[in-house]
Ligand binder design. Sequence first.
Ligand SMILES: *[C@@H]1O[C@H](CO)[C@@H](O)[C@H](O)[C@H]1NC(C)=O
Ligand SMILES: *[C@@H]1O[C@H](CO)[C@@H](O)[C@H](O)[C@H]1NC(C)=O
Ligand SMILES: *[C@@H]1O[C@H](CO)[C@@H](O)[C@H](O)[C@H]1NC(C)=O
Ligand SMILES: *[C@@H]1O[C@H](CO)[C@@H](O)[C@H](O)[C@H]1NC(C)=O
Length: 580
Amino acid sequence: MKSLTRLLYPALALVQGIMVAMPGTAAAAPTSAVANSTFHNPVLPGWHSDPSCIYVEGLFYCVTSTFISFPGLPVYASRDLINWRLASHAWNRESQLPGYSWATTEQQYGMFAATIRFREGVFYVICEYLGVEGKEAGVLFKTTDPFRDEAWSDPVFFHAPKIDPDLFWDDDGKAYVATQGIILQEMNLETGEMTPAVELWNGTGGVWPEGPHIYKRDGYYYLLIAEGGTAEDHAITIARARNITGPYEPYEGNPILTNRGTNEYFQTVGHGDLFQDAQGNWWGMCLATRSGPAYKSYPMGRETVLFPVTWREGEWPILEPVRGVMSGWPLPPRSRDVPGDGPFNEDPDAYDFTGGGAIPKNLVYWRVPRPGHIAAVRGKGLRVRLSRNDLEGAPGGSEPAARAISFIGRRQTHSVFRFEVDLSFSPRKNGEEAGIVAFLTQHANIHLGVVRLDGEPTLRFNASGVVTTRKIPKSWGRAETVRLEIAMEKPTEYILSASRAGNRASRIEVGRASAELLSGGTGSFVGTLLGVYATCNGAGSGLDCPKGTPDAYFTRWRYTGLGQYVSETEVVRAGKGIGK
Ligand SMILES: *[C@@H]1O[C@H](CO)[C@@H](O)[C@H](O)[C@H]1NC(C)=O
Ligand SMILES: *[C@@H]1O[C@H](CO)[C@@H](O)[C@H](O)[C@H]1NC(C)=O
Ligand SMILES: *[C@@H]1O[C@H](CO)[C@@H](O)[C@H](O)[C@H]1NC(C)=O
Ligand SMILES: *[C@@H]1O[C@H](CO)[C@@H](O)[C@H](O)[C@H]1NC(C)=O
């Protein structure tokens, strides 16, 4: 910890100018109340892909894509565009999509990019769920209270031929859904019935014209889309028409936003949405990847960034290029006065689980968990039942049989951080294992567990197949409670270590692994989760370990963000928000 703090300070010196604009510090308005603001990106760090955002009565709301993770489609709320609270998940219970999660094939199917909209007191989240044979993919969730999971409706199902549905109401009240392609259909929001598709625009020639959003302004329908694929060629382009069905005239200056072909630290800029604040100023949010042009190490995947937009009457909007340090319209005064009980995205976690109760809102599973397998137990901690399958899904075989893994985690939300948990576990049979993991997919993860090997509890580190074992030192006594830790001191390397709980001096580093293992590959749409797992490594039958297999208990779950890289060389220290 000490060495890490020292490591950060020289870098911090580079960004003295930025420090005034960090989240939670006074709004940067040195001369007058209307001076432009300075802020840093990403505003929703960690895996937050395909953002769609709105402004409603003093609060901004964004939804992001979640693929196979569950609960899915998180809705974040903010009063100042900087401090984002997790309000709810639109997809939060198995009964909303019965059987879908477990029938989902492959690691990156599930909930694709969503759109959030508000009309006449109702919030709508519209999305497509992919990877389930023979099921309707379109889902429309509604609520009047976006701060409670339970308030989100069961979905209205609809059949849309393509992904990334937008939702737009014309002045006559008709509701339209535009999807990848770009095609348009009118939709009945009660029944999900849709009219035949009309082709609107193919984009400017990039692959995958998708992520459409329609805005009506000054007598034009503006069609904002993503194209070029969600990697280095990603971009936002725009066209407009006098009629919703076209013809659409592309903007001469397309792409209207991209970091394609640049040396910027923020790459893959694209898939955005635009909205207006209370002052009438326009803003946009889109996704970006902190990889630099090398595009090799970016374990947090696609994150959400904010950019100011200047949109004069009758003219095309101007979107400010995405950088780590931004300036633009005055931001609303910094405030954490946001309803709900979810954590703010950049806050630390401090969960003991010994009081029982609900699982914290920001923790997610890989598919819907098996009932009762992961629960907070009063007096004992987070109980994780061992699954027969290991994290990879063996011996369950090919997906979706590999669905039953015992895993729970939170997003890695900082470039440098420390995550630690205490594990109480007494493996009785060889192969019984529980531990800590940096998880991108079932095929790309780095974990450190306590596993019984040759009759003895042993520390085993496994970075996508590179395995190191260490005997638990005799001096740790019976070692029934071990503290496991994953840390990053630089954004390119995970360090996994173990100690006797409560005795930091006993800490031993068991392994290091490159963050490139958790960048792209089988997880190019998702981002790293930090969490815990438990498995009996194939003993038992079906999905279950043998009867009598002990459970693993986790307590003292601590995640602490230490810094955000805003360029290859500049770090902004984390944890400065109001109220901390
Ligand atoms: C899009 O491209 C297809 C295939 O080239 C073409 O048939 C179609 O007319 C185009 N659509 C629009 C709206 O330009
Ligand atoms: C808009 O489209 C409708 C239906 O296709 C058509 O009747 C109308 O003439 C169009 N209006 C303009 C201004 O192109
Ligand atoms: C303030 O930011 C907006 C949005 O980027 C920009 O249009 C405007 O020119 C800026 N004003 C000043 C004085 O820099
Ligand atoms: C290590 O992890 C890989 C998957 O990444 C898995 O196939 C392998 O069985 C694991 N090895 C051990 C010894 O657990």
